[in-house]
Design a protein around this ligand. Structure first.
Ligand code: AMP
Ligand code: MG
Length: 393
């Protein structure tokens, strides 16, 4: 059995950054990761812009400027102002080269054919200079950036409509278990509703992955072998749920050995999620996650997400962590690290009751996982605890 830290290290050493990209529309690229640096094709702003509604001035040592006309946003006008002359101007409008400050209208009064400034503005005041935000040729966003609402808008302001992003890996989920029934059907005694596939697909979609395939297999050696052979050969990432523990009907481990999937680790000194498997078959990444839903989701957040971020070139990724003051007491038994479902708010964290690896109810109420390392022991109210913040939407 290896430690949590070692497991993370093995993942980072073995996941190779993908070299496949695709070109997509910027407007549809949310959550996709840039394959290469994006250089700005233009200066932004592309012309001197007024940052205010007010007056463009050719500064002079006088209080009353002569008003010569008006420039609106979108106008092409490029008048020449002499010293002591002003143009009415509006936010976003092009500032003539001969104007050297904008005074906001609240600091002026209109007088007949002139404008009275209450105080002289400083040079360049309220003018957005050419290239002030970014210059043509500068890196606008670096490779590895995961595009979000702001970055998509930013690229659009630069007139960029297509970008190269890492190609979506083909991801498949395989759930195992005779007892699993799809929600919507009635349950017989002994059966439960399958929730891990739904959970993992949601988690993956939240990270921006699409078209995830889902397979189900009963607890049968030959059927598991046949299905896993096919799925592993057809996909880049395969997440298997259940059947990886030591029960007589757990066939995943045995079939992965039969298929020569290279085992990189199996079993992590942690609770929940001890029977976690990570391996590779050629370039296909294989995780076998414990069937217990809360254990499975913990492993997804801590390990699978990390592997996927590395695959897509986000080499600086690590889970979002903070130190929080706990309001709870917790006694850790045994020598395994623990991920405890918890509620984090404003710097303090409450560890919830119901930490069993089968209990999704507690997970559904939590937004964080408190982490106690394998060497850690008890936690008392008032202690600072390492807390993983979950992406909870
Ligand atoms: P296993 O890892 O296959 O031994 O399963 C451990 C526990 O998780 C058992 O109680 C299973 O019924 C449950 N379980 C396994 N797979 C799923 C699934 N896909 N959805 C919900 N519960 C599951
Ligand atoms: Mg099972």
């Amino acid at each position: 059995m290896i430690t949590v830290e070692k497991a993370i290290q093995i993942i980072s050493q073995n996941i190779k950054q993908s070299s496949c990209f695709e070109e997509v529309n910027v407007s549809e690229a949310r959550n996709q990761v840039l394959f290469e640096d994006i250089k700005s094709p233009m200066d932004m702003p592309p012309f001197r812009q007024s940052a205010m509604d007010g007056y463009a001035l050719n500064l002079h040592d006088i209080k009353q400027y002569e008003l010569r006309g008006e420039i609106q946003a979108g106008d092409e006008a490029h008048p020449v102002l002499k010293k002591g002359e002003a143009f009415r101007i509006f936010t976003g409008a092009p500032v003539p080269d001969s104007a050297n400050a904008i005074i906001m209208q609240e600091k002026t009064s209109q007088m007949n054919s002139g404008v009275l400034v209450h105080s002289q503005p400083l040079k360049s005041h309220n003018i957005r200079e050419i290239g002030e935000q970014i210059k043509k040729g500068q890196v606008a966003l670096p490779q590895g950036t995961k595009l979000n609402t702001a970055s998509i808008a930013f690229l659009t302001t630069l007139g960029i409509i297509k970008v190269k992003v890492y190609k979506q890996p083909k991801i498949a989920i395989v759930v195992t278990g005779n007892e699993l029934i799809e929600a919507g059907h009635s349950l017989m005694r002994g059966q439960i509703y399958e929730s891990n596939a739904v959970m993992l697909i949601n988690g993956l979609e939240q990270l921006g992955f699409k078209n995830i395939k889902k397979y189900k297999v009963v607890d049968n050696y030959d059927k598991t072998l046949t299905l896993l052979k096919r799925v592993i050969s057809e996909n880049n990432v395969v997440l298997i749920s259940g059947g990886i523990s030591v029960g007589d009907y757990d066939y995943v481990g045995k079939t992965l050995v039969e298929m020569n999937v290279q085992q990189l680790f199996y079993k992590v000194k942690q609770k929940p999620g001890k029977p976690l498997f990570f391996g590779m078959k050629k370039d296909t990444v294989v995780f076998a996650l414990p069937g217990n839903p809360a254990a499975s989701l913990t492993c997804f957040y801590v390990y699978v997400r990390y592997a996927l971020e590395l695959l897509l070139g986000n080499l600086n990724y690590s889970v979002s962590k903070t130190m929080a003051l706990t309001t709870s007491n917790f006694t850790k038994k045994g020598d395994r690290a623990q991920f405890l479902k918890a509620v984090y708010k404003n710097g303090s964290v409450e560890i919830l009751d119901g930490q069993s690896s089968s209990m999704l109810h507690t997970f559904a109420m939590s937004n964080a996982l408190c982490y106690i390392s394998e060497k850690g022991t008890s936690i008392k109210s008032g202690d600072l605890v390492e807390t993983i913040l979950l992406p909870i939407t």
